[in-house]
Ligand binder design. Sequence first.
Ligand code: TXA
Ligand code: MG
Length: 362
Amino acid sequence: MTVAMRETRVFQVDPQHPDPAPIRYAATVLQAGGLVAFPTETVYGLGANALDARAVAGIFAAKERPFYDPLIVHLADVTGLAQVTQSLPPLALELAAHFWPGPLTLVLPKAPQVPTEVTAGSATVAVRVPAHPVALALIAAAQTPIAAPSANRFGRISPTHAQHVFTDLAGRIDVILDGGPTRVGVESTVLSLLTSPPTILRPGGISREALAQFLGVAPLLAASASVSTALPSPGTTLQHYAPRARVFLYCGPRPVMLAAMHAEAVRLTAPGVRVGLLTAIEDVPALADLSAVIQPVGSEDALDEVARHLFAGLHALDQAGVAVILARDFGTAGLGLAIRDRLTRAAAGRVIDLEMQKDPEE
Ligand code: TXA
Ligand code: MG
């Protein structure tokens, strides 16, 4: 696919109190059908006017994203729902009142004026109100809902820093609003309200437990969410969130997991072959003797920290030029579910499940 070259202008913006001038400029670019990357609380988004089919088509071209993958529409507040959805179930407004602004995306029946480019021909539309002053100021200034996928080329790691966006998309988009690193680090939870109970289509920044507590019933979990180590089988997963290196995900009791990663790093390390390890901070001493690149992403007791640093950790290992990344799992509680989903996709199903093996220290 050939992509028209554009001059990409980068503006530094204060993430809490964004200067109105670059926001106004970015809003006029959106109104003219252009593409603007902006920070949300989860990851950077690549935005276009959601009601302009041609502008939205530009997102797919810049990302080289297949047209069958629908986009999330970002709203300045809950009143924006009237513009893009119809026949709202009462539960939608209750969830919105509780979780917005925030990393929860609701899949709802779409209004006729939402172009099919946004929804990939589906009768539903995915919507959310992001919890980020820059995103909210931009949507308000543009006076239109903004369709925005993560601001990365299709199949690559989502950007949590403006530099990631620049590396991937410079020359293909019009503006990058640089509001510093994002806070949550994994994308929003996508929840379909077309089933009862609702179905988590993608685990993300709002945990399954938080939804269960609010709903009074556990949400369903779509088979497409890569959260069981039994599924998907290697090779069948759509490769996504992938660094250049081959990723292997290790799941199981911590000592078993670390011993297996250590042994594999020893086996793989050879002249000219660098191995990367994506781990918790407390794992570092057990791996320190390896001549590998060790990338701790946070403590296993603080999964918000792990989620925040996960994608930057994968980016950093790619930058270090490792051939293989051995990543550890962080369980399925809270944000662990989203972390496992992203790592399973990065590993394209190369999951080493050690769940049944006994802890050698017992
Ligand atoms: O946190 C996020 O969600 C970020 C920020 C920028 O808001 N956005 C994001 O967008 O991750 P994207 O395009 O990378 O992922 C959108 C997800 C995809 O899994 C897509 O299939 C799903 O939402 N989705 C969008 N519209 C849908 C629909 N109508 N029905 C079902 N799934 C939908
Ligand atoms: Mg994405």
